[in-house]
Write a protein that binds this ligand. Structure first.
Ligand code: AMP
Length: 406
């Protein structure tokens, strides 16, 4: 029999599991799906086989009690299309793991020790790692013989130098609590920075790129020769850019003030800064399409929210330009970055002296392909690169399990 070439990518959230089955001979998707509202009465599984032959999207709405039941349901759906977890063509399962701390700087085959280490990181990633651990446990129980790989959101950022990763606080206190800047969205920053080099016809080792991952969560990174040297998210995904519902950078004294003067509890402040801030806090909407529609109707609050979002973005472009010294490309990705031409235009406006410009026609054109949107004369390329975290997780997983060392 030929070697197995399929990889199942699992992204387990606190009440959801997203999955994709890919064939690594060409990166083709064989099936994609999502289980949401796990543990609620209204659980839903949406499964879409993509193997052709007229198979269609299927939906189940029966209650799904926990992650184990969710993965079993996913396995059943895959089996119904002849793509089950027991298929000899399945080479590995790749798990997205949000926090890998300092220990994991590369994709890692999951053993009991690795799983225990991911669990030890729960105090620094209380929102994400518990769900990732549950997903891994369940998948291992279903296929104990199959290689399973953890691909960490933080891994790409472990190359950050100490002067970028450390906060300027007491070193002993920081170390005692593992407080430092870890960065997130690393799989996306890795994928996009590599694709940009390809767009420029260069090797990733030759180019310096600023990647702007602008989704509901948003982060920027400075990538020198394929290695991350700075990123905007920190100990948690709260730092940095203005996001859909997160504040991004803020004076930490705002927290003391809200506590001492505002009478808010730590948990209330946590919810305020993570869920009720950013664009939603500023104008009530976190969808950039809705914000642009309101701006077109003359809505002042939407306008101010947009301006604050762009101002922060510009500051990071400038900062990372200075960190890198020479910039070959600025790349926009994720929901807002890939789709919102006005955001790209405004972020780069006025930066001609830095060699940055966008061509209005190229910027407005819609496409799902990686593309350049800067004019010929611009010194710095501006690119739109649709991110593909699942493909990158599958690629890293497959390359690890097929490497001679494995
Ligand atoms: P993500 O987290 O990458 O899925 O991005 C989600 C966000 O992308 C949404 O909250 C919207 O703000 C934004 N978005 C998605 N589609 C569009 C679009 N066509 N135009 C502008 N913004 C969009």
């Amino acid at each position: 029999m030929s070697n197995p070439t399929r990889v199942l990518v699992l992204n387990s959230g606190s009440s959801s599991v997203k999955y994709q089955l890919l064939d690594m001979r060409d990166g083709a998707r064989l099936a994609v799906g999502l289980v949401e509202r796990i543990g609620e009465e209204t659980s839903r599984l949406v499964h879409t086989p993509l193997t052709g032959g007229g198979a269609e999207r299927r939906e189940r709405t029966a209650p799904i009690a926990d992650h184990e039941a969710a993965l079993k349901a996913v396995a059943e759906e895959l089996s119904a299309d002849g793509l089950g977890l027991d298929s000899p063509e399945l080479a590995a399962i790749g798990h997205r793991v949000v926090h890998g701390g300092l220990k994991f700087s590369a994709p890692t085959v999951i053993t009991d020790e690795v799983l225990a280490e991911i669990e030890r990181l729960i105090p620094v990633a209380p929102l994400h790692n518990p769900a990732n651990v549950t997903g891994i446990r369940t998948a291992r129980a279903l296929r104990p013989d199959l290689p399973q790989v953890a691909v960490f959101d933080t891994a790409f950022h472990t190359t950050m130098p100490e002067h970028a990763a450390r906060y300027a606080i007491d070193v002993e206190t920081a170390d005692a609590h593992r407080i430092r800047r870890y960065g997130f969205h690393g799989t996306s920053h890795a994928y996009v920075s590599r694709r940009v080099a390809g767009l420029l016809g260069k090797d990733p080792a030759e180019v310096n790129v600023i990647v702007l991952h602008l989704g509901n969560g948003a982060s920027a990174s400075a990538v020198r020769g394929g290695r991350c040297v700075d990123t905007s998210m920190g100990l948690t995904p709260l730092e940095g850019l203005v996001m859909g519902t997160r504040s991004g950078d803020i004076d930490p004294a705002v927290v003391f003030h809200l506590k001492r003067v505002g009478g808010m509890s730590t948990d209330e402040i946590d919810v305020l800064l993570n869920k009720k801030s950013g664009l939603v806090g500023l104008c009530g909407d976190n969808d950039m399409r809705e914000i642009r529609r309101r701006i077109d109707e003359g809505d002042e609050r939407a306008r101010l929210a947009f301006d604050i979002y762009i101002h922060r973005l510009k500051k990071y472009i400038g900062a990372y330009y200075a960190v890198l010294g020479r910039v070959d490309a600025v790349a926009f990705t994720a929901g807002v970055g890939e789709n919102a031409a006005p955001v790209r235009e405004a972020a780069v406006a006025g930066l001609e002296e830095l060699g940055l410009a966008v061509d209005a026609g190229l910027n407005a054109a819609r496409s799902g392909e990686p593309r350049l949107i800067s004019p010929e004369y611009a010194r710095v390329a501006v690119a739109v690169v649709p991110t593909d975290e699942e493909l990158e997780i599958a690629r890293q997983t497959y390359s690890l399990v097929t490497s001679p060392a494995h």
